[in-house]
Design a protein around this ligand. Structure first.
Ligand SMILES: C[S@@+](CC[C@H](N)C(=O)[O-])C[C@H]1O[C@@H](n2cnc3c(N)ncnc32)[C@H](O)[C@@H]1O
Length: 253
């Protein structure tokens, strides 16, 4: 009997699970050079405030105490740069992303900021990290987890590489919980975002995928449960902007 092929969603299509990563890679390869501009346009600059809330939770030491952060799916380095700016001289960030093009933009941005020595950009799959057990004080992932085909594997890896007492923080689009705002948000995301995406990057399909992947992502309570199942403790989440985004947290204890 032939083995049953596992399937998943890619945008509004059902695809074999093994094909999803390649399709996601094509999306970010296509938009990498315009990715940061698009973030500002799509969110009206709000992504900056969401990332600042993430950095506040990371709370890097202001002293020269060593602090190692792993920013998974860290793309062009936005979170990494903010953490370095907030932390003291002992703060070091490793940006791990599967996409060479996003990392290449990130390296250029790091050089412009004089951050070459404190932020490292490394290609890797969040599902299978090349780092030793218990090697980071904190692991973050911002707007990345919904792109990873096997979320449970990425969470298990984040848990494995965290030191005991270390914190996992995940910023992700969530589900709007303010009556009225939901309709407006759906209209905006399904009509305006792909149109802006097409105008700025020439790739409407990429932004249709991103919007659809947000819609399909588990509700925050369900996602918190998935984080708990990956053995994180004191799991919690904080909705922001009426639930457009949530900041999820868990500790390795
Ligand atoms: C929406 S971007 C987020 C980038 C960055 N964290 C930010 O907030 O600006 C999603 C990123 O996830 C990366 N990604 C997708 N699948 C991945 C995987 N399996 N492992 C590591 N990175 C992945 C993509 O290459 C892309 O850079």
């Amino acid at each position: 009997m032939a083995a049953r092929r596992e399937e998943t969603h890619f945008g509004d299509k059902t695809v074999p699970l093994v094909d999803k990563q390649g399709l996601v890679d094509d999306v970010f390869h296509s938009v990498a050079r315009r990715y940061d501009l698009m973030n500002d346009l799509m969110s009206g600059g709000l992504h900056r405030a969401w990332k600042d809330a993430l950095v506040t939770a990371v709370n890097p030491p202001k002293s020269d105490r060593p602090f190692a952060l792993l920013d998974l799916a860290g793309g062009t380095g936005d979170v990494a740069f903010r953490v370095v700016a907030a932390g003291g001289p002992g703060t070091r960030v490793t940006v791990c992303d599967i996409n060479a093009e996003m990392l290449s933009v990130g390296r250029e941005r790091a050089a412009e900021r004089g951050y070459d020595d404190v932020v490292r950009f490394e290609q890797g799959n969040a599902e299978e990290l090349a780092y030793p057990d218990r090697s980071f004080d904190c692991v973050t992932i911002a707007f990345g987890i919904r792109n990873v085909p096997r979320i449970e594997r990425a969470l298990a890896e984040a848990h494995r590489v965290l030191k005991i007492g270390g914190r996992f923080l995940c910023l992700e689009f969530s589900s709007v919980d303010v009556p009225g705002l939901e309709t407006l948000y759906q209209l905006y995301s399904f009509n305006v975002i792909p149109a802006i995406g097409e105008a700025v990057t020439g790739d409407r399909e990429a932004y249709k995928y991103l919007v659809e992947s947000i819609r399909r992502f588990p509700k925050p309570k369900a996602f918190a449960q998935i984080i708990e199942e990956a053995h994180f403790r004191r799991v919690s989440f904080t909705p922001m902007t009426g639930g457009v985004v949530a900041l999820h947290s868990g500790w390795r204890l």
